[in-house]
Each structure stands twice: as C-alpha cells, then as structure tokens.
Write a protein that binds this ligand. Sequence first.
Ligand SMILES: [Zn+2]
Length: 131
Amino acid sequence: MHQPVRHDEQELARAIAAGARRRPEQAFGHYFEGTRASCALGAAYEGMYRLPEEAGQILPRRLERLFDCLEGTVRRCPEAGCRKSLILAALIVHLNDDHQWTRERIAVWLEPTPHAPADAPPAGDPPPAGS
Ligand SMILES: [Zn+2]
C-alpha cells in the first residue's frame, strides 16, 4: 500500500522535532511533565506554539485542527510484531507511551525519506542518546 506523504505529516514531523528540542526529556502518559518533558504530541503542539515553561496544565486541544492527518489518517503500528491500526493521533501516543519511541524517532517515521518505501522495515534505531 503506497500513499503519498501528505504535506501536513511533514509539518507535523517538523513540529515534533522542533518541540522535542525545547524540552530535553520525554514524557509518557502526559503531554507535558514539569518544565523539561513533553510527549510526542506535546512536542508537536509546542513546535507550533510558544508555551510557558510550566506547561503541565496545558492540553493541546486544537492539535487535530492544525494537522488534519492526526484524525484523518489510519496507520499500522510500525513496531515489529504489533498489529494495531489506529488513527494517527492515537498511534503517536501509542508509540510514545507503549513502545517508548523517542520523539525524534516518531518524527522520522512520520516523514520518511522520499526514496524509502513507507512500508519498509526501519533501517535501524537511532544511536542511543548520551546520558
Ligand atoms: Zn504498537
């Protein structure tokens, strides 16, 4: 199954990458934790908006209006052995919380390089972040 990369998925991937740079830690189960952590969707939100440092109470409500693909696209989970198919917003949360993918990895998965088939297995994990 080949689907063209939708423009808003590229934008979403870039927003996640930009948001991830603003908070060095990854949150699981919450959009934001304290001042230093965000999950993939929290990062996407922050990539689009400037947020106060203390973002713990902010719920990214309008995200699906910024990114059509979040509600309008169903994707198979890319994790080997996992057979879930979810709308993109739920799948991003699933990858973040259940498989604990890094935000950067989710962003790369969202925006495959033009020559790689979208359904090819991932080439490999990104190098582990320095601790
Ligand atoms: Zn999965």
